[in-house]
Design a protein around this ligand. Structure first.
Ligand code: PAF
Length: 283
C-alpha cells in the first residue's frame, strides 16, 4: 500500500510507474470512509490501472468553523478499511493543507453560473468556491484519467463538471449511484454523529423522497413541496432546511414541469444538529 503526504512524492511515484495507455482513477474524499466511498473506489479499481484515494478535510469548503472542527478525522481506520477491501494496490494521498495549497490556504473564486446559487449554494455561501479550489489542487496533483463522485452530493457533481469545463481539465467525471443503508438513509460520514435512535428515524428522509417520486406526474411541484414541508413540520426530530424540485442540469427550481426535461428532488434536513442531504431522480 502506498501512502503519500505530499504532492511531490505522489507525483514522483506516479511518474515512475505510469506506462503508456495506463490510467489513473481518482476518488477524492474527506476521510471517515464508509461503504459508499468503498463503492466509488471499487468502480475506479475496475476501470483503471491505478487508483488514488485522497483523504483531505478541506478547510475552504466549510462556512461554519464548528462544522469543520467537528468533522471526523480517522486516517488510520480509513487506511485500514482501504487495505481490507483493496489490499496493497491502493494509493492514498493525505497531504497537509499547506502542501496541497502551496502555503496559503485560501479559496479561489469561480463562476459556476446558475448552479452555484441554488440549494447548497444558498445555504452554504462560499462552499462551492472551496470545493472548486480543492478539486483544482487535487486534479493538478493527481492528473487523473477519471474521477469518481457520488450522486448524494449531486449539486457538487454538477459543479465539478462545470469546473472541468472552465479549467479545461482532461479528466472524465463519473457520477455514481447513492449508496444507502438498509433503512434507506444515504451513507454519509456525518451519520457517525447521529445517535442510534435518530439514525434509525432518519429513514424518513428517503421514504419522503420516494413518496415524492410516486406523486410526481400527478401532483404539481408546489403540492409536493407543501406535502414535504407538512411531514417535517410534524416531525419532532428533524428540521427541514430546504426541499426543492429542480432541473437536473442547471438545478434551477422548477416552476412548471416540462415533459422533455429531467427533474430531481433535493432535500436538506437537520437531525441532532447534523446536516443530512439526499436527492432522488423523479423521471
Ligand atoms: O464530497 C466530498 O467529500 C468533498 O466535497 C470533496 C469532493 C472530497 C472535496 O473536498
Amino acid at each position: 500500500m502506498y501512502i503519500f503526504n505530499t504532492k511531490e512524492t505522489l507525483q514522483d511515484h506516479l511518474r515512475q510507474c505510469l506506462q503508456k495507455k495506463e490510467s489513473i482513477g481518482f476518488v477524492p474524499t474527506m476521510g471517515a470512509l464508509h461503504i459508499g466511498h468503498i463503492s466509488l473506489v471499487a468502480k475506479s479499481f475496475e476501470e483503471n490501472t491505478y487508483t488514488v484515494v485522497s483523504v483531505f478535510v478541506n478547510p475552504t469548503q466549510f462556512n461554519n468553523k464548528e462544522d469543520l472542527d467537528n468533522y471526523p478525522r480517522t486516517l488510520e481506520s480509513d487506511i485500514a478499511l482501504l487495505k481490507v477491501h483493496f489490499g496493497d494496490k491502493i494509493i492514498v494521498f493525505a497531504p497537509s493543507p499547506q502542501n496541497l495549497y502551496d502555503g496559503e490556504v485560501v479559496s479561489l473564486n469561480f463562476n459556476f453560473g446558475k448552479i452555484e446559487n441554488q440549494m447548497e449554494g444558498k445555504f452554504r455561501p462560499g462552499h462551492f468556491d472551496g470545493v472548486g479550489t480543492v478539486i483544482t489542487h487535487l486534479f493538478n496533483a493527481v492528473q487523473p484519467t477519471k474521477a469518481y463522485f457520488g450522486e448524494k452530493d449531486y449539486q457538487q457533481l454538477q459543479v465539478v463538471r462545470k469546473l472541468v469545463e472552465l479549467q479545461e481539465f482532461l479528466v472524465e467525471i463519473v457520477g455514481c449511484d447513492i449508496y444507502r443503508e438498509s433503512s434507506g438513509l444515504a451513507y454519509s460520514s456525518r451519520n457517525q454523529r447521529l445517535s442510534v435512535n435518530v439514525k434509525e428515524k432518519a429513514s424518513i428522509i428517503y421514504k419522503t423522497l420516494k413518496e415524492c417520486k410516486e406523486m410526481f406526474g400527478t401532483k404539481s411541484a408546489t403540492d409536493i413541496t407543501s406535502y414535504v414541508k407538512g411531514i417535517f413540520e410534524k416531525s419532532e426530530m428533524f428540521d427541514l432546511e430546504y426541499f426543492e424540485i429542480a432541473d437536473t442540469i442547471d438545478l434551477e427550481t422548477v416552476k412548471k414541469i416540462l415533459p422533455k426535461k429531467k427533474y430531481r428532488a433535493f432535500i436538506a434536513v437537520f437531525g441532532e444538529e447534523v446536516r443530512l442531504i439526499d436527492n432522488i431522480a423523479l423521471n
